[in-house]
Design a protein around this ligand. Structure first.
Ligand code: 9MR
Length: 332
């Protein structure tokens, strides 16, 4: 670590009364000492990257393995970090026994109820915020097809929030999606969905904007929102009385032209702009990165290309993006 950093991101964030977090995974936590050190030093919020998804938790019917998730929770507690539970319902990473049986609507509702109560009761009081429903909006607007949508129907979302609220009344309940950071069809759909949920009295506390961005010109991926769009979008969600979490930020630079130094500077500017704008909104309560070191990012695996999307390099050295986050927190 560069010794010119007197403070850490978490100490700066604390002054501004916002949480700064990173997604973490069990394997890295288990095997990599430096990973644990930097995670605990810089962040005061930990999101479970995969360990609380339905498939990993319950590969066989009627059986749950909480071991890996529990290790993440224990680590967070030992280091005075809060936990974001990710995620109760998603269209991906579901167990085969769930998706490959022809369950009826009634059976699916029972399974949903059981899943929410089993998982949330287990971690009651320990998980500060849950992504109750993840990525419910289709990229073209409208609801995304999933086991839950086609088996239960659109009201699966409302059921999920009501049951989550019963299972742990003190947990903050979030709806989380990507591509909803700027103003556009998908973001409008999310806005209209939560507005409608609120009108029906659904217990939903906040909206998670993932913020998986790419500045690589040739990539079909979410581009950074303009400062104006982001500001306006955050304002409209905040005006509904919702909390805002930035939940999964990373910035792809693969295929960018220019020297590595220039690429990392461009990346840093995106981090700085997004955090600066987000911090201007009083409803911004947490700012979370999807990992923190390039060593374990999901992106090279998912895109099949090398990348460096996070604020620490593979050797845990802070990159310009780290300096950018630091500056943005200091200035807030
Ligand atoms: O980072 C996660 C990766 O390890 C998994 O293989 C992948 C499975 O689809 O999910 C990744 O996390 C996703 C998150 O749960 C929801 N938003 C998008 C994230 C990146 O794909």
């Amino acid at each position: 670590m560069d010794t010119t950093h007197i403070a850490s991101l978490r100490s700066l964030a604390k002054k501004r009364d916002v949480l700064i977090g990173a997604a973490a995974n069990w394997r890295a936590l288990r095997t990599d000492y430096a990973y644990r050190e930097v995670l605990a030093q810089e962040f005061d919020l930990l999101t479970t990257e995969n360990e609380l998804k339905f498939g990993p938790l319950s590969p066989r019917p009627n059986a749950y393995d909480f071991g890996p998730a529990e290790e993440l929770v224990d680590f967070a507690q030992a280091n005075d970090m809060k936990i974001r539970g990710h995620t109760l319902l998603w269209h991906k990473m579901n167990p085969d026994w769930l998706t490959e049986n022809n369950f009826t609507r009634h059976q699916a509702l029972e399974l949903l109820h059981k899943h929410i109560f089993t998982v949330m009761a287990y971690f009651r009081g320990e998980v500060y915020a849950w992504d109750v429903v993840n990525e419910p909006i289709h990229d073209n607007g409208g609801l995304r097809d999933s086991f839950w949508l086609h088996t239960i129907g659109p009201d699966y979302i409302e059921y999920a929030f009501r049951w989550a609220n019963q299972a742990d009344p003190n947990a903050r309940l979030f709806i989380n999606d990507y591509g909803t950071e700027d103003l556009g069809t998908k973001s409008d759909s999310l806005y209209n969905l939560v507005k409608d949920l609120l009108r029906r009295g659904t217990p939903i506390n906040g909206v998670g904007l993932q913020m998986h961005l790419s500045i690589a010109d040739s990539q079909d991926f979410v581009k950074p929102p303009t400062v104006q769009d982001l500001e306006e979008n955050l304002r409209r969600f905040a005006d509904l009385g919702l909390e805002i979490h930035i939940t999964e930020m990373d910035v792809q630079i693969q295929n960018l032209s220019g020297s590595m130094e220039e690429q990392l500077e461009r990346q840093a500017r995106v981090y700085e702009d997004v955090l600066t704008v987000a911090l201007r909104n009083p409803q911004l309560k947490a700012f979370v990165l999807w990992g923190f070191t390039d060593r374990y990012s999901w992106i090279p695996k998912a895109t099949g290309r090398p990348d460096a999307p996070l604020p620490f390099d593979e050797y845990y050295q802070p990159k310009p993006a780290y300096e950018a986050l630091y500056r943005a927190l200091q200035a807030a």
